[in-house]
Write a protein that binds this ligand. Structure first.
Ligand code: HOZ
Length: 435
């Protein structure tokens, strides 16, 4: 009998299930959609993670995006150690909050003021509360397949874990709440216009991932974001960019820099906390001035602006400000994209590789993916096989068709070569079975 290379992870998973629902603290980690043993990780270094059985993997999840520098980057670890020695939390302001706020405001000129919170979910939830207070309207528009965290009212036709587990929404959300969420089709301006026509004076905001990354990566079509900007202005609704994934990822100034479109409010998370829990929302001063204690819109948090999260964010973004960082990410990610396409073509495998900068998804789909409907045409059982094939070969890919793979600055040529070889072997196997 072959040796069980996941023995310890299996044991931990069995134990975890007694205490944690599904044995995990976030659904996709249970590997349900890909039929693989959930892993328990002991440590990470650079581009690699190491599980409880001592298996090493080249990691393309990178904690779902925050670790753009790779795992345990020495500069970040050193700064964190020093910060921890000074105290881990005060519940009182520190200068670090001003430092990180200044860095973010300089990177994204649309953000004149911001508030730090502890997760992307908190950021989007509060940005919407603020938009409703500012406009006096209750309804919001989101896009099918867009994921903005798990707050009530944002789980309708959502991507990420809900798409992975094929859940249309979640019980427990009052119907009265969900009915204020209207859904449009990503990359289809006419679907947005239809909603505005129907409720011309009732929409507080349109919230969008400017590059959809929670239905897999789906880039915006040319002009879509710009036209959306103009339309929201025409209807006096706010435009909220959820840049939790794309902020400091696709460009230093996020998707708003890449596409030259200015939102009213922006939600951030992930990279700005350098791997520690964080979120932020910010935007025009006149809107942000409505936040308590200078305005009436209430939002608070015991750990908000936590000094460790601020420190990791500052150190991470400092390193992202060095020359050629985004060129390097582009180069590494495009090498990976090219090798996937080549192996797929050589072996007659029909797939789509969607990529913007260091965000990438392999869709097992014969035609181009432009929205949630087309993303859902993908062959998820083939994806599951692909995931397991990569795992067997020491590569940790996102365990869902409807998530992005993340390339970091720690991924080097050797990692890309090993990953490309794995793709080649897997696609050769797929191809031979199809003949
Ligand atoms: N939704 C996050 C990225 N798509 C990942 C967090 C999670 O669901 O575990």
């Amino acid at each position: 009998m072959p040796e069980d290379k996941f023995k310890r992870s299996r044991k931990l998973y069995a134990e975890a299930q007694r205490y944690l629902p599904g044995g995990v603290d976030s659904p996709v980690r249970a590997h349900k959609a890909v039929g693989a043993t959930p892993l328990f990780i002991e440590r990470g270094k650079g581009s690699k993670i190491f599980d409880a059985d001592g298996n090493a993997y080249i990691d393309y999840v990178c904690s779902w995006g925050p670790l753009i520098l790779g795992h345990a980057r020495p500069e970040v670890v050193r700064a964190l150690k020093k910060a921890a020695e000074r105290g881990t939390s005060f519940g009182i302001s520190t200068e670090l909050e001003i430092q990180l706020a200044k860095i973010i405001a300089a990177a994204m000129p649309s953000i004149e003021m911001l508030r730090f919170v502890n997760s992307g979910t908190e950021a989007t939830m509060t940005a919407l509360r603020l938009a409703r207070a500012f406009t006096g309207c209750d309804k919001i528009i989101k896009f099918a397949g867009g994921y903005h965290g798990h707050a009530d009212g944002l789980l309708t036709t959502a991507g990420s874990g809900l798409a992975t587990l094929d859940l249309p929404d979640s019980p427990g959300v009052p119907a009265s709440h969900a009915q204020n969420t209207l859904t449009a089709r990503y990359n289809d301006l006419s679907s947005v216009e239809q909603v505005f026509h129907r409720y011309p004076k009732e929409i507080a905001a349109v919230i969008i991932e400017p590059i959809a990354a929670n239905m897999g990566v789906v880039p915006p079509l040319p002009d879509f974001l710009n036209d959306l900007r103009l339309m929201t202005r025409d209807y006096n609704a706010l435009l909220i960019f959820d840049e939790v994934i794309t902020g400091f990822r696709v460009a230093y100034g996020g998707a708003q820099e890449l596409y030259g479109v200015t939102p009213d409010l922006t939600c951030l998370g992930k990279i700005i906390g350098g791997g520690l829990p964080v979120g932020a929302y910010g935007g025009r001063r006149e809107i942000m001035k409505m936040i308590s204690p200078i305005g009436p819109v209430y939002q608070a948090g015991t750990l908000s602006g936590n000094p460790l999260a601020m420190t990791a964010g500052i150190e991470t973004i400092k390193l992202l400000g060095r020359p050629n960082v985004y060129t390097q990410l582009e180069k590494t990610a495009s090498q990976l994209q090219d090798s996937i396409r080549k192996s797929a073509a050589d072996n007659g495998i029909r797939l789509q590789v969607a990529r913007v900068s260091s965000l990438l998804t392999v869709f097992f789909n014969a035609s181009a993916v432009v929205d949630y409907e087309s993303a859902r045409q993908s062959d998820t059982s083939r994806f599951a096989e692909f995931f397991r094939g990569l795992l067997d070969r020491g590569i940790y890919w996102p365990p869902s068709q409807f998530e992005a793979a993340f390339i970091s600055l720690a991924h080097n040529d050797k990692d890309i070569r090993s990953t490309s070889n794995a793709f080649e072997e897997i696609f050769r196997d797929f191809g031979s079975r199809e003949k």
